[in-house]
Design a protein around this ligand. Structure first.
Ligand SMILES: [Zn+2]
Ligand SMILES: [Zn+2]
Length: 260
């Protein structure tokens, strides 16, 4: 993993199991060159996100660790923020109040339904409709200009929920919009350990991203230190098979390219 980055990890401040410092130490031992924390920030009250009053603690801890470990590993300050249409102003103000290096924009809600934790509503509508609504939200998140990275692009498949009919046009349109608004897509390896047992996005969507020249970065979605950089060797193999030669790194919301 020499020279690699992992930009998606959760600590005990949101729904992770380990502290930032425990994760830093493990990342160093795994030979990573750079990591970014991305605790959940959600303007709706949910038990899996950081409490808004703890946000200054998150900032302070990450800033301290950046300095403390600066000779051993680059530490970036990211957040994984839930996108809610109509709340753009509130989200923007929150982002601008934080000295973040990047913001992952994720969709975990369709309306009030937290579809990636609550399985009870699957089957109520055709999956095609659920996919349509989910990807419409991803498109709006991309257009919002709030985010640097689109989180787990096809997480709607998490519980093995797949569309009834071919949705390639929906996927292509979404990826075209992501490109037009100049976002990066994360290759999230956490999905391999979820019921869908696949990267998010999966190889087909990743290939579409490549065809549309959408840059990618590498993310484990670690919720404990052991999960840092999980499945990265196979993920890098997949990326290079598809044609990617580099991934994106972030600092102060500015990009640089890192060779694979
Ligand atoms: Zn997420
Ligand atoms: Zn996450």
């Amino acid at each position: 993993m020499i020279g690699m980055v992992d930009y998606h990890m959760h600590s005990i401040l949101s729904d992770g199991k380990d502290s930032y410092e425990e994760m830093v130490r493990v990342a160093i031992s795994k030979g990573l060159d750079e990591i970014g924390f991305s605790d959940h920030v959600c303007i709706k009250p949910v038990d899996w996100a950081i409490s808004l009053i703890d946000i200054p603690v998150m900032t302070e801890q990450i800033m301290d660790l950046k300095l403390k470990y600066k000779n051993q590993i680059k530490i970036r300050y990211g957040i994984e923020m839930d996108y809610f249409p109509g709340s753009e102003k509130e989200l923007k103000e929150l982002i601008e109040s934080l000295p973040v290096d990047y913001v992952i924009g994720s969709v975990h809600f369709i309306g009030d339904w937290n579809f990636d934790t609550d399985q009870s509503l699957y089957g109520k509508w055709p999956n095609d409709q659920v996919y349509g609504e989910y990807f419409e939200l991803i498109q709006q998140a991309a257009v919002s200009g709030l985010f640097d990275i689109i989180g787990h692009l096809d997480i709607i498949k998490k519980f093995r929920i797949y569309p009834e009919s071919n949705q390639n046009k929906l996927f292509e349109d979404t990826i075209r919009i992501i490109k037009k608004h100049d976002l990066v897509v994360e290759l999230n390896t956490g999905g391999i350990d979820r019921p869908c047992a696949d990267y998010t996005p999966g190889p087909k969507l990743l290939e579409m991203c490549y065809r549309h020249n959408v840059p990618v970065t590498l993310c484990s979605d670690a919720h404990n230190a052991d999960q840092i950089a999980r499945h990265f060797e196979s993920a890098i193999e997949l990326l290079t098979q598809i044609g990617y030669q580099e991934i994106v790194g972030f600092k102060n919301r500015t990009r640089r390219m890192i060779r694979l």
